[in-house]
Design a protein. Structure first.
Length: 369
């Protein structure tokens, strides 16, 4: 079974990192490990890992599959691995010039990503569930349809960049004279300016509203996992694309069951006679209580395994861990006279040597009883 790669650790970013954070981390590492710059023997392999992580985390659809299913969710994708295109590498060294030339002209800024902290029960995490999320978000203004311009008017070309959405400057680099292209500071890369702002959104193209969204929580999700839902964040100003919604999952602990990955554990306590003679006990599972046999002669620390009653694997459909019942034999600290006499009789029959009588308190209690 292939080991899941931690692309977040490779780039040194948190799971909730924004697209800008991912790109910034990639630029820094690419400049450090690119084989044309770093002559270390491991540079090429290291740069390949960095580039592969960037290919996944910079693509919304791939990142969502990876967040939910790990590396298994990317199997069969022929475009992952190897060295990235020229635009990504150029962008790492020269601050986005190639990327700007390729696609920034007149493109509205994207909206912000959102985070939603979702609290679910232990059982919901194991078996999966669906949840209705309600949250505030900046959505497209209905009055101006997101353009930011007053109805009946339209945006005009920016006078600083002449509608290109970018400005250029020339600088010297290690490869010679390079043209650096950045977003126009006046129109913020939109290429257009609104002279008659919409009265509803005041030219922003967005208004605040409440969003209702139904989300599927897959079986086996754990504390700290995040589900990324593309295009469900805030829309960008003046018609810009929407960001992503990150659903951060928090799982309430179970009163009796403990979880370790896909395995569940339950500590069951039985008496001396029950362990010696055998009994049946009730064990909690995520589906409900289950009757389990404790065989005669069970020793302290004995494990009873209920196969397939643990946590489903997130990345292996149809596979599920086990529930481990750990049996503890309780030794009584206080005995009645009848109980003590019975144990003495057992000791006599089995040849065990035991102390005579109980403590002073036991003898006083027996006398009063």
């Amino acid at each position: 079974m292939a080991t899941t790669k931690d692309y977040y650790a490779t780039l040194g970013v948190e799971r909730g990192a924004t697209d800008a954070d991912v790109k910034k981390a990639f630029r820094k590492l690419a400049q450090q490990w690119h084989p044309d710059v770093n002559q270390d023997a491991e540079a090429q392999a290291r740069f390949k890992e960095i580039n592969e992580a960037y290919q996944v985390l910079s693509d919304p659809e791939r990142r969502q599959r990876y967040d939910v299913f790990g590396s298994a969710g990317l199997e069969g994708d022929p475009n992952i691995g190897g060295f990235g295109g020229f635009a990504d590498i150029f962008d790492a060294f020269f601050g986005g010039a190639a990327g700007a030339q390729a696609g920034r002209r007149g493109r509205p800024a994207a909206g912000s990503d959102l985070r939603y902290d979702l609290r679910i029960t232990f059982t919901e995490a194991v078996l999966g569930t669906e949840k209705e999320l309600v949250f505030p978000v900046l959505g497209r203004c209905e009055t101006c349809d997101g353009s930011g311009a007053k109805p009946g008017t339209q945006a005009v070309a920016c006078t600083q960049c002449n509608g290109r959405g970018e400005v250029r400057s020339v600088r010297q680099t290690m490869l010679g004279q390079m043209v650096n292209v950045t977003a126009c500071p006046r129109c913020h890369g939109n290429g257009k300016m609104v002279e008659s702002p919409c009265e509803t959104c005041r030219g922003d193209g967005r208004t605040e509203r409440r969003r209702n969204l139904r989300v599927t929580i897959p079986p086996g999700i754990d504390e700290g996992h995040q589900i990324r839902i593309s295009n469900e964040g805030e829309v960008g100003p003046r018609g810009g694309p929407a960001g992503s919604l990150y659903v951060a999952v928090h799982v309430a602990p179970h009163a009796q069951l403990k979880r370790d990955g896909t395995e569940l554990y339950f500590e069951a306590t039985v008496g001396i006679a029950q362990a010696a003679l055998g009994t049946r006990i009730v064990v909690p599972t995520v589906e409900g209580e289950e009757d389990v046999e404790v065989k005669p002669g069970t020793q302290p620390g004995t494990e009873i395994r209920l196969r397939g009653r643990g946590v489903p694997h997130l990345r292996r459909t149809g596979s599920r861990g086990d529930l481990h019942v750990i049996v503890d034999v309780a030794v009584p600290t206080r005995l009645s006279k009848a109980e003590r006499d019975a144990l003495k009789a057992y000791a006599d029959v089995s040849g065990e040597i035991v102390a005579d009588g109980g403590g002073i308190l036991d003898r006083v209690r027996d006398a009063l009883g």
